[in-house]
Design a protein around this ligand. Structure first.
Ligand code: PEP
Ligand code: MN
Length: 350
């Protein structure tokens, strides 16, 4: 049975703190600046870094700082664990909340090892979504932990990896956390706008969106001086920015009909945003090729406007559009705009 992770009924739950513990000074000053308005502090001790040459986390030394903080303040602290040894060390040092990172959730062997190590332990565990958009894999990890007897189990939505560049570091695919909550209505569902966006300028808009979609709270990276951070420097916000974000968050989306309307609207808007990003990405790729063609024409002293080719491009676009139910005038106007920009690009470079 799943029970409440934070013994708090009012949204939003806020868990925040640095991506990584880096030094005693950095950890203490960040925590001192945020402790009055968070429900728990997050801090990475062992870091699952993509690159073996990047900072890999401070390791056990950081646990000593945490023990010190816990003796001084009555604060709940969360850290990421990826194996049985991490769990043993974290529990020995009084860590209250453990989380399973996105890369670990994708691996059932690892999740099973973590679950075995949690048998008989009274703790809270938050499970990040796997890096691939697979709801069953996320649920499978939750089930393994529940089978181990842990009851305070929560989930963190941090988005899904993709190849290429888009607005956000990870794709939100909001439907997955919505479906997860549908399946486990009692689960504490947090949104991690930091890893979702990869960029501090989008942390507020994603936090607001999570509230609109009925999330229970937020899991946000904050750092006393984000620009000097040894990991995820682009996405961490300052304690002041965190306070402002929390103070300005709108959480009172009231009646159930209203909220189902808002949820649907937000889902559809997310899809539109994804498509718009893809359109922009494709247009930029198209323009790169236009540029190459321009260089080729220049080298061969060939004219830029080749009427026959342009006629064919337009005709074929209108025909494909018609087959998919798009108005011919719309397609024609759109392609004329694209063509005009391409010609301008080539003429400018000639
Ligand atoms: C983190 O929370 O610092 C982290 C490594 O996140 P994720 O597992 O979502 O990449
Ligand atoms: Mn991070």
């Amino acid at each position: 049975m799943i029970s409440n992770c934070f013994h708090k009924t009012k949204r939003p739950i806020v868990v925040s703190g640095p991506c990584s513990a880096e030094s005693r000074e950095q950890l203490f000053s960040t925590i001192d600046a945020i402790k009055d308005y968070v429900d728990a502090v997050r801090v990475g001790i062992w870091k699952p870094r993509t690159n073996p040459y990047s900072f890999q986390g401070i390791g056990e030394e950081g646990l000593e700082w945490i023990s010190e903080i816990k003796k001084r303040d009555n604060l709940k602290i969360a850290t990421e664990v990826a194996n049985a040894e991490h769990i043993e060390l974290a529990l020995k040092n009084g860590i209250d909340i453990l989380w399973i990172g996105a890369r670990s959730t994708t691996n059932p062997f690892l999740v099973q090892e973590i679950a075995e190590a949690l048998k008989g332990v009274d703790t809270t565990i938050l499970i990040k979504n796997p890096i691939n958009p697979d709801l069953e894999l996320w649920c499978g990890a939750i089930e393994r932990v529940l089978l181990a007897g842990v009851e305070r189990v929560g989930a963190i939505h941090r988005g899904f990896s993709y190849y290429g560049k888009g607005k956000y570091r990870n794709m939100p695919q909001w439907q997955l956390p919505i479906d997860l909550k549908q399946r486990y209505p009692a689960i504490t569902l947090l949104c991690d706008p930091s890893h979702l966006s990869g960029d501090k300028q989008y942390v507020t808009e994603l936090s607001q969106k999570a509230m609109l979609l009925g999330f229970d709270g937020l899991f946000i990276e904050s750092h006393i001086s984000p620009e000097t951070a040894k990991s995820d420097a682009n996405q961490q916000i300052t304690p002041d920015e965190l306070k402002k974000l929390i103070d300005n968050l709108k959480v009172d989306y009231s009646t159930s009909t209203d909220s189902s309307y808002s949820i649907k609207l937000e889902e559809l808007r997310s899809q539109i945003d994804g498509i718009d990003n893809a359109l922009i990405e494709l247009l930029s790729q198209r323009m790169e090729i236009v540029k190459e063609i321009g260089e080729l024409k220049k080298m061969n002293n060939s004219s830029i406007l080749q009427r026959e080719r342009w006629g064919k491009v337009l005709e074929s676009a209108i025909k494909s559009g018609q087959e998919l139910g798009l108005d011919s005038d719309f397609v024609s106007n759109l392609f004329k705009l694209i063509h005009q920009a391409s010609i301008e690009k080539q003429t400018k470079d000639f």
